[in-house]
Ligand binder design. Structure first.
Ligand code: FES
Length: 86
């Protein structure tokens, strides 16, 4: 039986770079489909205490996400951010 293991990573975006692109640049594999903010496949959880106010959306996403989640394909962070990868 496979067990999913949660990994916490710190990601820092370059100017204009999405969190998803920054994660990929750092060698992490993140699920995605549309890269446009409407499918929700790239949704990740923020760690407790993560600076959610540092997040901005490069374009408004259509997919739903909870307050403690982020759609990485269309979000950008002004400072290093801790995210949970599963
Ligand atoms: S990949 Fe579809 S919402 Fe991010």
């Amino acid at each position: 039986m496979n067990q999913r293991v949660e990994e916490v990573v710190t990601v820092a975006c370059e100017p204009g770079e999405s969190l998803l692109s920054a994660l990929e640049r750092q060698g992490h594999r993140v699920e995605y489909q549309c890269r446009q903010g409407y499918c929700g496949a790239c949704r990740l959880s923020l760690t407790e205490g993560a600076q959610a106010q540092a997040l901005t959306y490069l374009r408004p996403p259509l997919a739903w996400h909870a307050e403690n989640e982020v759609l990485t394909c269309c979000a950008h962070s002004r400072q290093p951010l801790h995210l949970k990868l599963i």
